[in-house]
Design a protein around this ligand. Structure first.
Ligand code: PYC
Length: 311
């Protein structure tokens, strides 16, 4: 068991990514999905110790770098959070690309990363922007309806929207713009938790719907709030959530290929999104900025009862 890891912290449009760049034990598996299972089975205590309190907090998304599994890829990455593991992570991919650039490990203008749900590409653009091309994204169900019981004042009793996939599973529904503001953050959190509770554990086409995305349209795009698995909300507009949204817009004929959709989070972070068709697949592109905030060497002291996290 390692007693030290090397970590680079960054944030992407406000949402933290904690990238483990060295010191983690090698994972078994020929695919990233197998390696994620090996992580879960053997080292879940390290996941907790890296992202949970007292070393982290519930909004931190971890990213473990591994050797790549596919020819032509630069690295593998497994994303995780305070409650478990993610398929893909859009803000996290931008954070990892910036981290590799910071470490001088990015090579050229692009970084190709293998994830448990597919290979994604990131490229560096001007003004510190990084664009990623995500895994194929799609709608799973249109017109899905949830009745929400106890809820903060002004929030709808019935929500209707799309179940969609953008590397993770989302329920995406519209609410009035006046609710989508930082003054109502506590209410947005309480409401989306109530929505998730009302939905129960829902799996559609093998996709677990574990993110709730509320949005309100505004000129050129939307403002959103995304509840992640657990009790944290995404401070960024959520890359996989924006991908799922863009897929639904494409399928409804509301966004043409290559046209930019501006997705703003309730806390003010912005992603510029578009998509391209590849045969019958929708490949979303998400652009945003990440900044390195710290280089850490966490210590796991055997005498510390909370070295692997609280709870
Ligand atoms: O950006 O895809 C994302 C994401 C998922 C969970 C938190 N951020």
């Amino acid at each position: 068991m390692p007693d030290r890891l090397q970590i680079i912290d960054s944030h992407t449009e406000g949402e933290p990514t904690r990238t483990v760049v060295a010191g983690f034990p090698p994972l078994k598996g020929a695919t990233m999905a197998e390696r994620r299972e090996s992580f879960r089975a053997r080292y879940d205590h390290l996941r907790r110790g890296i992202v949970k309190e007292p070393r982290g907090h519930d909004a931190v998304v971890g990213a473990l770098l591994t050797p790549p599994v596919n020819q032509g890829s630069d690295a593998g990455v497994i994303f995780f959070n305070d409650v478990g593991y993610l398929g893909m992570c859009g803000h996290g991919t931008i954070g990892v690309a910036e981290t590799l650039r910071y470490l001088g490990r990015a090579g050229g203008d692009t970084v190709v990363l293998d994830t448990p749900v597919g290979t994604v590409k990131a490229w560096f653009e001007k003004d510190r922007m990084i664009t990623i091309e995500n895994v194929p994204s799609r709608r799973l169900t249109a017109g899905f309806e949830v009745e929400v019981g106890a809820r903060p004042s002004g929030f709808p009793a019935v929500l209707r929207g799309d179940l969609a996939y953008g590397g993770n599973g989302f329920f995406i529904a519209e609410v009035p713009l006046e609710l989508m503001c930082s003054d109502r953050l506590d209410d947005l959190l309480a409401y989306t938790m109530a929505v998730r509770q009302a939905m129960g554990e829902l799996v559609v086409d093998g996709v677990l719907i574990d993110h709730i995305e509320l949005y309100a349209n505004q000129p050129g795009g939307a403002r959103n709030f995304v509840l992640c698995p657990g009790r944290a909300y995404d401070r960024s507009p959520c890359g996989t959530g924006t991908s799922a949204k863009v897929a639904c817009l494409a399928l409804d004929g509301h966004l043409a290929e290559g046209v930019v959709w501006r997705q703003e989070s309730v806390t003010g972070g912005v992603f510029l999104a578009s998509y391209r068709w590849d045969g019958d697949m929708i490949l979303p592109r998400i652009s945003g900025r990440a900044f390195v905030t710290a280089a850490l060497t966490p210590v796991f002291d055997e005498a510390d009862p909370f070295r692997y996290g609280l709870g």
